[in-house]
Design a protein around this ligand. Structure first.
Ligand SMILES: *Cc1c(COP(=O)(O)O)cnc(C)c1O
Length: 617
């Protein structure tokens, strides 16, 4: 157990705060980009923000964006700090949009993007007086005139940043100016700007008062979500928590001492000349935290009876005379302001402890193993090795709540799946017949308000089912929108299926695309498409997606499928995203299997989907 200072990070509170703020903004047609930079791009924090409804994640540093991506945060990323010239290559391949104010940087982005056949989104920043980043208004149109000509660049929006350097407050006046500049760009160059981005947490008051111009449709919020404050007056934001982050340190000395030093005094450890008020003898505690860990001036003790007296690099001295229950070895908790939080999150000496209520953790939901078979079959004819599966799941801390065997009847299959989801359990359906996946989707549509799906299959047969799913809560949109469907590993598609795919917004990745993009990128894109704005995703694993050397025992074996490693990479990335709400594994033809190798592979892949690590990703 580490015994240094630590921060508890309440992910439920962050999610709640994000929900409060995105709901407010949505009312005014404003999309929220959640900003994680003060947490150094902590993946759990980004995921909590996304659960709370932010549309994308904004970060200042590429390093943080790479960390987030590597840890299963699947969303769109915006690079907030205007980028250095040298980062163009990395930016066009790794982020969806960057904020820009320098023509030569945009030119470099244009070159890097064109070379790869990509289009990079730029949000041009205009300086409305805060004097941090941004093009000066007089130079805006001349600059945009050059940018519109650049290949590989799309001007996605116009934005501004206030209250950061100059402390300029967002107002109806400067925001109207922003909109005005956006309109001028649109008229002068005949383009449509997707975003007009009206600043950061300092704009919350303006939004809530209804005085933000209607044309502003985007905002970037960090502090408002993380610390529950607007940033003009640092007032608590209604309906949010201010204590999602708490800093804890331990008392390492507790003694009664005078309040004024004895002897002639000079400078303290940091060159200051402290002044002391004589309050007589006081109970003073020293904590194992100091300026190496945090900005001490930004800390406020949670217990109002405690006050901070001072600090050096490694020691914090507090007055605990009025406090109760303070002992050597006990921990004291502190709120932090933005600066203190930034320092503490950056300090390697401060441990970070994200916490989340168990009820929300999908990874800990129990599984209901559901076998669909016409009649009872011998074990050697089943797609999964149940003993290995049970053992493996137990080792992963997962457990099978129930085992069910049901008939291959559409109504029974869909009702069973719906029932399992309604009990807040995870259905793990397996069947030899690949067509079974259709009925599973109906069950999901009956129980999940909104869901997405990733289908790993050589064939496109599942997609015909989607056209018949019942509509969602609003009665119009289906519960499974086509843009939330990702097909991976296609090798054989009928005319009708390929027409359906082309006419819909389904993302389909053939083996060629997997070769070109790499499995990691494909799964990343698929998770982003399937997971956004849903209650989770359903995964269909048709064993024929794998190469016949890995899974020979399928109904229609075709060579050239996913390799053993590609398969596991896909499963592990899906597991890491924490999005999987339901799973179906289908397609087994026992007579064609070789020494149960297909069944062994299916069992391993299922374990991978529940978090077993085979590749170290
Ligand atoms: C940090 C940052 C934000 C978020 O600011 P908060 O005050 O934390 O909401 C928004 N935009 C840019 C450009 C930033 O750098």
């Amino acid at each position: 157990m580490p015994y240094g200072p630590y921060i508890t990070i309440d992910l439920n509170k962050i999610e709640h705060n994000a929900r409060t703020i995105t709901a407010l903004c949505r009312k005014y047609g404003i999309e929220v980009c959640g900003v994680t930079k003060v947490t150094c791009g902590m993946p759990q924090v980004a995921k909590a923000m996304l659960r709370g409804g932010v549309a994308c994640i904004g970060e200042s540093r590429m390093k943080n964006i790479h960390r987030l991506k590597a840890n299963g945060v699947s969303t769109e990323f915006t690079l907030l700090r205007i980028p250095p010239l040298s980062a163009a290559e990395d930016i066009v391949t790794s982020v969806n949009m960057s904020l820009n104010s320098e023509l030569s940087v945009i030119q470099a982005l244009s070159e890097a993007a064109s070379r790869r056949g990509l289009v990079h989104n730029t949000m041009i920043m205009v300086d409305l007086g805060d004097l941090r980043e941004g093009v000066w208004p007089d130079d805006l149109l001349p600059m945009v005139r050059e940018v519109v000509e650049l290949p590989g660049i799309r001007i996605a929006g116009l934005g501004t940043n206030l209250s950061c350097y100059g402390g300029v407050i967002p107002s109806g006046k400067n925001m109207t100016q922003l909109v005005e500049y956006a309109r001028r760009i649109e008229t002068a160059f005949g383009i449509k700007l997707r975003y007009i981005s009206g600043g950061n947490s300092s704009s919350l008051n303006l939004i809530a008062s209804g005085k933000m111009p209607r044309a502003v449709n985007h905002i970037r919020i960090g502090e408002g979500i993380l610390l529950g404050r607007e940033t003009v007056n640092r007032a608590s934001w209604p309906g949010t928590f201010q204590d999602a982050f708490l800093l804890q340190a331990e008392i390492i000395e507790l003694k009664e001492k005078p309040s004024v030093p004895i002897g002639e005094t000079g400078e303290d450890a940091f060159g200051g000349k402290p002044e002391f008020v004589d309050k007589g003898e006081r109970d003073r505690a020293i904590l194992n935290i100091g300026r190496e860990d945090v900005v001490v001036e930004g800390m406020v003790p949670v217990d109002p009876e405690i006050s901070i007296l001072g600090a050096s690099s490694d020691h914090l001295i507090v007055d605990v005379t009025e406090a109760e229950n303070v002992r050597l070895g006990s921990e004291l908790a502190f709120f932090m302001n933005y600066g203190a939080l930034l320092a503490a999150m950056t300090s390697e000496y401060v441990e970070k402890r994200p916490v989340r209520d168990r009820e929300f953790v999908s990874e800990n939901r129990h599984i209901v193993l559901t076998e669909i078979s016409p009649q009872s079959e011998p074990d050697s004819d089943r797609l999964l090795n149940i003993d290995d599966l049970t053992k493996g799941l137990n080792q992963l801390g997962q457990s099978i709540a129930r085992r069910r065997q049901i008939r291959d009847d559409p109504e029974i299959v869909s009702e069973t799946v719906a029932e399992i989801i309604n009990d807040d359990l995870i259905p793990l359906v397996y069947a030899n017949d690949p067509k079974t996946c259709l009925d599973v989707y109906l069950g999901l549509a009956l129980s999940l308000p909104m869901f997405g799906t990733i289908i790993l299959s050589a064939h496109g047969s599942c997609i015909t089912a989607f056209t018949e799913l019942p509509p969602g809560p609003g009665g119009v949109e289906p519960r499974l929108e086509s843009e939330r469907v990702a097909l991976i590993g296609l090798r054989e598609v009928s005319h009708e299926e390929s027409r359906l795919i082309r006419r819909s917004r389904i993302s389909a990745y053939t083996l060629e695309e997997i070769d070109a993009l790499g499995m990691r990128e494909v799964i990343y894109r698929a998770l982003r498409a399937a997971g956004m704005g849903t209650d989770g995703i359903h995964v269909t694993l048709d064993m024929d997606v794998l190469d016949t050397t890995v899974a020979p025992g399928v109904h229609r074996p075709i060579r050239g499928g996913l390799s053993y490693r590609e398969g596991h990479l896909a499963m592990e990335m899906i597991a890491k995203s924490g999005l999987m709400r339901s799973l179906a594994v289908v397609d087994y033809f026992p007579e064609r299997d070789v020494n149960r190798s297909t069944a062994g592979a299916a069992t391993e892949y299922v374990l991978s989907l529940f978090g077993k690590k085979i590749l170290k990703i």
